[in-house]
Write a protein that binds this ligand. Structure first.
Ligand code: PLP
Length: 392
């Protein structure tokens, strides 16, 4: 598959060369990280180095990083009423989530279904802080405390959420904040203290590490996850039993470090390319809708629609032209339902079914963006017969 153009980085990012090299070396390291002999200690050293690399990405302490099988598992681990705080072991009463969270958060983790509540978002896809404040106030007045879970940036629109403000509201009401930073870690600054988060989820494969890696990171060692998902041995300080996937964790760590070091340069580069892409899309169809464009967005993401051009068909046509993009989020692609994110933003199913996500990465080039635009012009012209705004 040469000459393909991969523009679906929010679904998964290609493996970074540093991650590949580190993983290949780690595969040759014998030893269980829990063993006391030399081989075991060497494997443990690899895991702990990766833990430091992942911790550095979010400005946390290495001992507060719990490795998981990915963002989904980290979210599931975080969403439990059983998060013990110093001097307070009472279970949390409610889970408040934004209406645009990833399905792994929307599933509510180990909260009872009736304890999970949606907080609406604005037409730009930003969580409604006034609604959050009001609900937290009502709960506090009733003597209840909430875990609030707000994503740092949405995977479909790229819209960045006011997480620090949400943290203040959650804490004022005696609650906690979990942040799903799967789409932001390694892409924009994602400091756990600046976010004000108590718990942060990151995923390896979104930042150039291997699939099947992730971490839940605590702001403080004093927070205790009393209800681990996987019980057994004492790995991950009792938070996740099972022999560590050493090579994958090593690749995750190496990718985290590479992403962290290149963060600003990669940001600037993708932002420039996204601006070029969006200008080109506008030129092709003046009536192109860019979802969330009025809000601050991840520099690599654009979600757009041309009314009348069905995304599912367009994505296949672009694929045949050698270009990989996605309609809605990868996790929900394959389903015919329009995105819950766009529905929450108030868009009807017709326009939502036209939404195409293009997400760029550090190795995306100007030539690739231009080729994507060339292919889109043809696809859009073919699929959107009769539109005046489109030069076929
Ligand atoms: N959270 C968000 C915002 C995501 O975009 C994704 C994956 O698309 C996940 C969580 C799940 O992460 P993983 O694929 O590592 O399980």
């Amino acid at each position: 598959m040469t000459d393909r153009i991969y523009l679906d980085w929010n679904a998964t990012a290609p493996l970074r060369p540093a991650a590949r090299a580190a993983m290949l070396a780690a595969l040759d390291q014998a030893g269980n990280p829990s063993s006391v002999h030399g081989e075991g200690r060497a494997a443990r050293h690899l895991v702990e180095t990766a833990r430091e690399q992942v911790a550095a990405l979010v400005g946390a302490e290495a001992r507060n990083v719990v490795f998981t099988s990915g963002g989904t598992e980290a979210n599931a681990l975080a969403l439990t009423p059983a998060i013990e705080r110093p001097g307070d072991r009472a279970p949390l009463d409610r889970l408040l989530i934004s209406a645009i969270e990833h399905p792994s958060v929307r599933s509510g983790g180990r909260f009872a279904r009736e304890a999970v509540e949606d907080i609406p978002v604005t037409a730009d896809g930003i969580v409604d802080l006034a609604a959050l404040e009001q609900r937290l106030g009502e709960l506090a007045a009733a003597g209840q405390r909430a875990l609030v879970s707000i994503m740092h940036a949405n995977n479909e629109t790229g819209v960045i959420q006011p997480v620090a403000a949400a943290a203040d509201l959650a804490h004022t009401a005696g609650g906690l904040l979990h942040v799903d930073a799967v789409q932001t870690a390694g892409r924009i600054s994602c400091d756990i203290k600046a976010l004000g988060a108590d718990l942060v989820t990151v995923s390896g494969h979104k930042l150039g590490g291997p699939q099947g890696t992730g971490a839940l990171i605590k702001a403080s060692e004093a927070l205790h996850l009393a209800d681990p998902l996987i019980r057994g041995g004492g790995q991950e300080r009792g938070s996740r039993a099972g022999t560590e996937n050493v090579a994958a964790i090593v690749g995750f760590g190496a990718a985290a470090q590479a992403a962290f070091e290149a963060l600003e340069a990669e940001d600037a580069q993708t932002a420039t390319l996204r601006a070029r892409l969006e200008a080109g899309l506008r030129e092709i169809a003046a009536d192109t809708v860019f979802f969330g464009a009025g809000a601050e967005r991840l520099p690599n993401t654009t979600l757009f629609a041309v009314s009348g051009v069905k995304a599912d068909t367009a994505v296949i046509a672009l694929d045949l032209a050698g270009i990989a993009v996605s309609s809605g989020s990868a996790c929900s692609s394959g389903k015919v339902q329009p995105s819950h994110v766009l529905a929450a933003m108030g868009f009807g199913p017709a326009l939502a079914k036209s939404a195409i996500r293009v997400s760029l990465g550090y190795s995306t080039t100007e030539i690739e963006v231009d080729q994507c635009l060339g292919a889109w012009k043809k696809v859009c012209g073919t699929l959107h017969k009769g539109s005046e705004g489109i030069a076929a």
